[in-house]
Design a protein. Structure first.
Length: 255
């Protein structure tokens, strides 16, 4: 099984000036801390190639300390704009202590996972995740699935398309029954998919503060603009064009 490449969005490229910017970047430093927390918890990375050319980056759980008491497998699916390490790092040790074996992929088009396919639907995401899990040596036959936000849409379709594999399903902050008409009816703080897409891809500090204010129950009161600009510059916000995000959202509302 080939080792995974580092996430493209956080890999320094270009001249020495850009390397120094990455070395001094709080976003890159935070990303390294999250990666170290995965490794220190005993998880190990893998890159799973799929027949259609997609590659799913997946963190695998540590082996059970007592073979007589195997860990129960649980698949953790992150939300939009995140990647596995940023979403799930704080929860790994409690899950392991509870006797669970976390399998933590980067969804396709996020983090270190990629695909040449034009399909942006949660159905395709679910098929990729299921194929990657099935391709693992000694893959679990059944597993629980937890999906947060966009990951919840993927988890929903995974359970629908692969009921033999999904033992339990947990959806966190995932409106799988939403329709585009709900936006027009004023159910949300945005009016249409285009505005939602621009909100999910903030390009200015004030845009990101608005996003945090809408999505956090208790938003942090101190968010320095210099840190926000660094996150936008280094992180995922500039990697996905708005029309790409619109496509994602349209597929989500179609179900």
């Amino acid at each position: 099984m080939p080792p995974p490449p580092p996430p493209a969005s956080l890999t320094p490229a270009g001249g020495g000036r850009r390397r120094w910017k990455h070395r001094l970047s709080p976003t890159v430093a935070r990303d390294r801390c999250y990666t170290r927390s995965f490794r220190s918890a005993g998880l190990r990375p893998a890159a799973i190639p799929l027949p259609d050319g997609a590659v799913v980056h997946l963190w695998l759980p540590p082996p059970a300390a007592d073979p007589a008491r195997p860990l129960h497998p649980v698949l953790l699916l992150h939300g939009f704009g995140a990647q596995a390490t940023w979403q799930w790092a704080p929860f790994l040790r409690p899950l392991l202590a509870a006797g669970l074996a976390p399998y933590v992929p980067d969804l396709v088009f996020f983090g270190a996972s990629s695909s040449p396919a034009a399909d942006r639907s949660p159905v395709y995401q679910a098929a990729c995740v299921a194929a990657a899990m099935a391709a693992l040596p000694g893959a679990p036959q059944r597993y629980a699935v937890v999906g947060v936000s966009y990951g919840g849409f993927v988890a929903y379709h995974l359970a629908h398309a692969f009921p033999a594999a999904v033992e339990r399903l947990v959806l966190v902050a995932a409106g799988v029954c939403l329709e585009e008409a709900d936006l027009a009816a004023g159910l949300f703080a945005v009016e249409d998919i285009a505005e939602a897409a621009s909100l999910l891809l903030p390009q200015r500090p004030e845009d990101l503060r608005r996003l945090v204010g809408l999505t956090f129950c208790r938003p942090p009161w101190f968010m320095p603009s210099c840190f926000i600009r660094d996150y936008i510059r280094v992180g995922k916000c500039r990697d996905l064009p708005t029309n790409f995000t619109c496509n994602f959202l349209a597929e989500m509302f179609r179900g």
